[in-house]
Design a binder for this molecule. Structure first.
Ligand code: FPP
Ligand code: K
Ligand code: ZN
Length: 518
């Protein structure tokens, strides 16, 4: 439970998208197909599971034997359910009701649209067309997105790249647009003449990194950017999102990404509000700031003392993984058992997807915000385990990759000609969800390992250089089950920290490391 004040504080920085309860419950297609008669009932455990419940669950599935390759927990309402009915439990039931017919179509074996595990393919062609269209002229209803144009660019370019589409045709437009958004005082705004903001700066820098090459990299005025970052750095270690703006863990992540990917100097200018002789760098106190955002639940909130949310959890872990290797920084600054417990509680069955916070609904975008926390946590636990020779066996996944892949392919794809990926069934696809659902799909399909470069010793002090992230296809076997998606549905790898192509990240880093001065 979250106090009203904590909640309202945490809400200040979000756009609200209320999942409205439908008055008339949608009848699931499964119940409409009279499959109940055709499939023998051999167990009554599903019909009994709510017998002592005063509320009747809105959707009771046909009582069938699911084929062996689909676990019951992906095809039936949850076996354990809170009987206390509230608006929260009702929208949760509605969500399960909306998802189940997508998660399992009893006729799938006879339908070419599904593979042998009951999953539809990734409709790459339509999703690519959807993003390409989103990069063009947009209708008037998008007026409210004006200050988020860098985000739109980033979501579309990243999504296209992940699906293997060519982003090269956007090079010149991107360069021109990015230039028009850059301020002489450093950073990028949401459009020409708009004040610089860390989120839009992050989105522009990421977009330039994705398209890549010297002409993109050199758009950024790094000296001005460094000065501007100095003005955002706060004495408590964190960063504000803009001059005089709010300070939160998004700022910590965006600043760490920008500084590290552009190889900016870490020195703090004496003009910075945070500067003191004991406080010499842009990274001083940043990990401690992130640490103060871990809540009693184990998740991470926007600011110290507010509600834990997946969006901020990713920002926190990403930031810590830039400040040092995650196997050192995550356990040093966060309570890992609590974090793992909170993260694990974000995945629901039967939906398979993740929610962003306690008692809320699954949403495709948390496939990234929560899903992409797992490679960082797994890398941290795996390396700590291999360090102590006693338990050197390879780790297993701490989340259900199959569940997440099922949610993504079954529930998040718009199956009309519109294409694109979405929050959940009944919602419209959009560029934001398309980008982040695909990013989550990528992390469910791959395994990441941190490879150390040997430390060099200077004056008796070991200097660690950044470890290298290495991706490989995740091997589903034994307890990990079978690979339920086909190779043609695999998307590109994303760097676990920067959430864009790992190859493009290395390119820009190499470029600026080799460059002397601004
Ligand atoms: C809740 O919205 C949304 C938030 C609390 C914000 C989430 C934060 C991010 C997505 C991270 C942003 C990161 C960067 C790098 C800028 P909601 O109430 O509509 O959704 P919910 O019911 O799923 O919580
Ligand atoms: K949401
Ligand atoms: Zn979402």
């Amino acid at each position: 439970m979250v106090s009203a004040s904590a909640r309202s504080q945490a809400t200040r920085y979000r756009h609200r998208a209320v999942f409205k309860r439908t008055t008339k419950r949608r009848q699931p297609t499964m119940a409409d197909d009279s499959v109940d008669e055709e499939i023998p009932i051999t167990s009554d455990r599903f019909s009994n599971s709510y017998s002592d419940s005063s509320s009747s669950f809105p959707y009771r599935p046909a009582q069938y034997h699911a084929p062996i390759m689909i676990q019951d927990y992906f095809t039936h309402p949850p076996l354990v359910r809170d009987n206390y009915q509230t608006e929260t439990s009702e929208v949760q039931d509605d969500t399960v009701t909306a998802c189940l017919p997508h998660l399992y179509d009893p006729k799938f074996a006879a339908d070419e649209a599904y593979n042998e595990f009951g999953l539809p393919h990734l409709d790459r062609k339509r999703h690519i067309a959807f993003l390409a269209k989103s990069l063009g002229q947009l209708p008037g209803v998008f007026l409210g997105y004006d200050a988020s144009r860098p985000w739109l660019l980033f979501w579309c370019l990243n999504g296209l790249y992940l699906m293997g589409a060519d982003v090269e045709p956007y090079r010149q437009q991107l360069i021109d647009t990015a230039r028009s958004m850059q301020n002489a005082s450093g950073g990028f705004g949401g459009g020409h003449g708009q004040a610089s903001h860390l989120a839009t700066t992050y989105a522009v820098v990421m977009s330039l990194t994705i398209v890549g090459g010297e002409d993109c990299y050199e758009v950024v005025d790094r000296r001005a950017l460094w000065k501007w970052l100095n003005s955002l750095k706060q004495p408590d270690g964190g960063f504000t999102m803009s001059v005089g703006g709010e300070e939160d863990v998004r700022g910590a992540y965006c600043a760490a990404v920008i500084i590290s990917i552009l190889d900016l100097p870490l020195d703090l200018s004496p003009e910075s509000p945070a500067w003191s002789p004991e406080f010499p760098t842009l990274f001083t106190g940043l990990a401690n700031y992130v640490q103060r955002c871990q809540t009693y639940e184990g998740g991470i909130s926007a600011q110290p003392g507010t509600e834990a949310h997946g969006g901020y959890a990713f920002c926190a872990l990403g930031c810590l993984s830039i400040l040092d290797s995650p196997d050192r920084s995550i356990p040093r600054y966060l309570n890992v058992p609590r974090l793992v417990s909170w993260l694990a509680s974000r995945q629901y069955a039967p939906e398979g997807g993740f929610s962003g916070r306690t008692n809320k609904l699954v949403d495709g975008c948390y496939s990234h915000w929560v899903g992409d926390c797992w490679p960082l946590v797994e890398a941290c636990l795996e390396r700590s385990a291999t360090a102590s020779a006693a338990s050197a066996k390879p780790s297993q996944s701490l989340f259900s990759r199959e569940g997440l892949i099922r949610y993504i392919l079954c529930c998040c794809q718009d199956q009309t000609k519109r294409g694109g990926l979405r929050d959940k069934p009944g919602r419209m696809s959009d560029a934001y969800h398309t980008c982040y659902v695909l990013s989550g799909l990528s992390s469910a399909q791959h395994k990441w390992q941190l490879i150390d470069k040997p430390a060099t010793v200077e004056g008796g002090v070991p200097i660690y250089s950044e470890p290298i992230w290495k991706a490989s296809p995740f091997v589903f076997e034994g307890k990990e089950g079978v690979q339920v998606f086909e190779e043609e549905d695999r998307v590109s790898t994303v760097h676990p920290v920067y959430t864009i192509s790992d190859e493009r990240v290395e390119k820009i880093k190499d470029y600026f490391r080799a460059k002397t001065g601004f």
